[in-house]
Ligand binder design. Structure first.
Ligand code: AMP
Ligand code: GLY
Length: 420
């Protein structure tokens, strides 16, 4: 069969790599992919905001299944659109994607179904927001409602910082803002929890911890993710039951009462406080770099998993996982997440000797005239699976040293909480 993957990051390269292992696959198209996916897929450049062009390409090329990697096309309703043309698509529809597209939608769902989350208020203008702060304790969290690529969240230590956040959001820094959210600060340890669902059946899809800040010690600006490890050190059977019963199941029930069955990956960003889970946010997709970290552990044919989700037969598929530990370090362009140079050649890629449990997934790369160039902030993902996190990290550092790319940088402390 022929498969199409939407997206261009490390997540999509990891998905492409897992799919390629299946004997059911004849051809993979990536829209638009990167230099890594170009090794075994055909990269296609189309305007992804133009659903019609994409639909025409899918039909002309008889693509059997589309996998949507990133959130934007999901929130914009790509799944709903393609399904009206009887195209099989893996990913949630527009209503369900509001779980990521609107923080207020999610908070209201939490309220209705008593899902544990930070206490919050919704405010429609600068004055009401600032008045509320007069009686608030700090730190406090202020969030833009709309998709802001992880950047619309402010943790404010005092009133001045909070006022700056409110002004920036209502002045349109993240697009037109009708309202914002002010939230209680939750003090605990974060964990990413993943499930996959066909709308009726749910399977767990691993846990991870990512490192979002650019500097070592989890300091500095937020990024898309500088590295991750799986599993999270916090997970236990008891905690998993609480997450399913208190958070995931009521969410999916709430969506189905809105007439939307959830098909796709669902990523719950949680804060764990005294072994109790609180929902911070939902993402309606796999995390990046969590996907690169978790997928190499999957032993079941991923094509079968995706097809079962589209056919609502996920109950018949057994997900087998390696019980190794997985760690991922992201190599970025110097300057990221601020300005960085583009079109810098990455030499030495062929010098890297990947062992059996090592993986290299591309993100912001482009192949031109047989050479590979960095064109994005996050450039390469190095992953290793091992019996312990320290060994995994050592394998990765060996591979990054072999790359020896002077224009890149990476965090050397990924996984510090699990590597003593
Ligand atoms: P989000 O985009 O909602 O995941 O927020 C980005 C990051 O801000 C999260 O990964 C947390 O580290 C932090 N954060 C968000 N909401 C809260 C909260 N209520 N309490 C503490 N930290 C938070
Ligand atoms: N790693 C965080 C995210 O994918 O949103």
């Amino acid at each position: 069969m022929k498969i199409g993957i939407i997206g261009s990051g490390g997540r999509e390269h990891a998905i492409c790599h897992s799919l390629k292992k299946s004997n059911k696959i004849n051809k993979i198209f990536c829209f638009p992919g990167n230099a890594g996916t170009a090794q075994f897929a055909e990269n296609i450049i189309l305007d992804l905001d133009n659903f019609e062009t994409l639909k025409d390409f899918i039909i002309e090329n008889r693509i059997d299944l589309i996998i949507v990697g990133p959130e934007k096309p999901l929130v914009d309703g790509l799944v709903d659109y393609l399904e009206t043309f009887n195209i099989k698509v893996f990913g949630p529809n527009k209503i369900a994607s509001q779980l990521e597209g609107s923080k207020i939608f999610t908070k209201q769902l939490c309220e209705k179904y008593k899902i544990p989350t930070a206490k919050f208020g919704v405010f429609e203008n600068k004055n009401d927001s600032k008045n509320f702060l007069k009686n608030s304790k700090f730190p406090i969290v202020i969030k833009a409602d709309n998709l802001a690529s992880g950047k619309g969240v402010y943790i404010c230590d005092n009133k001045d910082e909070a006022h700056t956040a409110i002004d920036e959001i209502f002045n349109g820094k993240f697009g037109i803002a009708k309202n914002l959210l002010i939230e209680e600060f939750l003090d605990g340890e974060e964990m990413s929890f993943f499930i996959i669902s066909d709308g009726v059946n749910i399977k767990k899809f691993g846990t991870a911890q990512d490192h979002k800040r650019v500097l070592e010690g989890d300091k500095g600006k937020n990024t898309g993710g500088m590295g991750a490890y799986s599993p999270s050190r916090l997970i236990s059977d008891e905690l998993e039951k609480k997450i399913m019963n208190k958070i995931i199941n009521p969410t999916l029930k709430g969506l189905s009462e809105l007439g939307s069955q959830y098909k796709g990956f669902l990523y719950a960003g949680l804060m764990i406080i005294d072994n109790e889970p609180y929902l911070i946010e939902y993402n309606v997709r796999m995390g990046d770099p969590e996907c690169q970290t978790i997928l190499p552990k999957l032993e079941t044919d991923l094509v079968e998993v995706f097809l079962a989700c589209c056919d609502q037969t996920l109950d018949t598929v057994v997900l087998n996982w390696s019980n190794k530990k997985s760690l991922c370090i992201v190599v970025c362009s110097k300057g990221y997440p601020d300005t960085f140079k583009k079109n810098i050649e990455i030499k030495n890629l062929e010098e890297i000797n990947l062992e059996v449990n090592d993986y290299l997934f591309h993100a912001g790369t482009l192949k031109k005239n047989e050479k590979t160039f960095a064109i994005g902030g996050r450039v390469l993902n190095f992953i290793s699976l091992s019996d312990d996190f320290r060994l995994a990290k050592n394998n990765i550092l060996k591979n990054i040293n072999e790359l020896n790319w002077p224009d890149g940088f990476y965090r050397k402390d990924i996984g510090y909480k699990v590597i003593k």
